[in-house]
Design a protein around this ligand. Sequence first.
Ligand code: AMP
Ligand code: MG
Length: 317
Amino acid sequence: MLRSDIMQTYDVVSYTNEHLSDERLAIALRVHTTVRQILGDFFRSRGFIEVPPVIISPLTDPLNHPVYDPYITYYDEKYALTKSMIFHKHLLVSHFDKIFTFSPNIRIETPDKAETGRHLSEFTQIDVEARGATREQMMSLVEDLMVELVSKVKEKHADDLRKLGRKLEVPRKPFRRYQYLEAEKEYGKDFEAVLSRKEKDMFWIIDIPLQAREFYDREDPSRPGILVDMDLIYPEGFQEALSGGEREYQLDRILERIKKKGQTEEQFKWYIEFARRGLPPSAGFGIGIERLVRYICGFKRIDDVHPFPKVPGKFSL
Ligand code: AMP
Ligand code: MG
């Protein structure tokens, strides 16, 4: 990894060359190629259409954790670099039943994230959304996907995985579910990491409390304060694989949730205007591709799967 003390041009070039010629990176990129193919084929074969990514927009995900927010000036307008396509997905499913996109995200994470092994400031997620879908349907779809993906990768990359000494188990359906608040009570504040180290298979954390997520995840009408959403967690300490859930779609609910977050209507004026004209109920999720490849390869650090990794706080080409 690059540190400021090796930021001489010569060092940057030698570091990059060394990284690019690392056999582990070559394996990761072969796996990456297969992963993208399987993901695309899986959703296409189930009637999802692929849409191109949005890279700049006046509208992007507010996220629920602090990141530095870069903007560009686009013909006198302020455009954000996409942190996620959550709002664009919702607008799209007003017109298309089921969509997915390989979406590059820029999230300039704080430098304390450099050592998690899970964070890059530039990554890609496959972002999926379906009109009228429930969380339950999306969870079932993800379970089918993960079983198929791990089985196929194991078969196709048996030699690569052997070289890495990686033993990968095909997950078994149905994946175990933990309720967020119960897990927190039993395993403490760090329950996700604790459970990820303890479990041998992928598992779900569901029913995340309102303050822990963004305003657009749907609040359960029968359980105020609890969202109809989910995270999928990798075992062996690899932690979060995806986040998703059902969405708020009614104008009054959206406005109330924005207010509860202490955010402004001005920030989301375009989205609110669409909601005023009517948005459909929908559900979806986003899977980080680099994290998925890291999990498959069993690498300690996510930077090892990317040719030009933007590790938070570090210099990178
Ligand atoms: P989110 O909706 O914020 O949970 O993001 C969706 C998915 O993208 C997460 O579940 C991760 O797999 C992935 N992801 C989020 N942030 C990062 C990051 N900084 N670096 C790499 N992957 C990320
Ligand atoms: Mg998440």
